[in-house]
Design a protein around this ligand. Structure first.
Ligand code: 5GP
Length: 179
């Protein structure tokens, strides 16, 4: 385990098994349709690529980037689009792929935005969800794991740009983000 972690919350094996399950469900739900997978940069990239490979059917890749926590472990509650999708959204079946839903503020803004652009459908897949922290309601179609209120890193998730390449998900020691 990385020395900056307090504990490992989800192992590589647990994550892999759950992603395969989600992929199988998505494959069945979207049978006969083409999915426009919209990954939220940068945290969702690892989940996105594993999930895409667990889906047996046609998928297109696109990405967008929203304001994130930066060098802080607290959400600003303010959402800004830094990089928009390249694709035409109109008529597409969109699957937003997010790393973690915390307060829900980011997705609460993004889902209606894509619906307003004329998407045929907009669904949401997230690897992690912290229900105890929710401020606004976000309907999640595919949820990997519900986790407690702790700041986690690894498998794409960072703190100040670090730890994204850890293959598992762990709770960061408080002293790392409070010093
Ligand atoms: P929300 O808008 O739901 O509050 O925040 C979603 C975003 O906050 C996520 O995409 C992620 O970038 C960041 N975030 C929320 N909780 C955590 C966490 O425990 N660890 C990390 N690394 N990022 C988090």
């Amino acid at each position: 385990m990385h020395k900056d972690l307090q504990e490992i919350l989800l192992t590589e094996e647990q994550i892999h098994a759950r992603v395969q399950e989600l992929g199988a469900r998505i494959t069945a739900d979207y049978a006969g349709k083409k999915i426009l997978m919209c990954g939220i940069l940068k945290g969702a990239v690892t989940f996105f690529t594993d999930l895409a490979r667990a889906i047996d059917g046609p998928v297109l890749f696109d990405f967008m980037s929203c304001s994130s926590y930066g060098a802080s472990a607290q959400s600003s509650g303010f959402v800004k689009i830094r990089k928009d999708l390249d694709s035409e959204v109109k008529g597409q079946d969109i699957l937003i792929v997010e790393d973690i839903i915390d307060t829900g503020v980011t997705l609460h803004k993004l889902v209606p935005l894509l619906e307003d652009r004329g998407a045929h459908s907009v669904k949401l897949a997230t690897l992690l969800s912290k229900p105890a922290r929710r401020k606004v309601d976000v309907p999640v179609d595919y949820n990997g794991f519900e986790i407690p209120d702790a700041f986690v890193v690894g498998y794409g998730l960072d703190y100040d740009g670090r730890y994204r390449n850890l293959p598992y998900i762990g709770v960061l020691k408080e002293e790392i983000y409070t010093k």
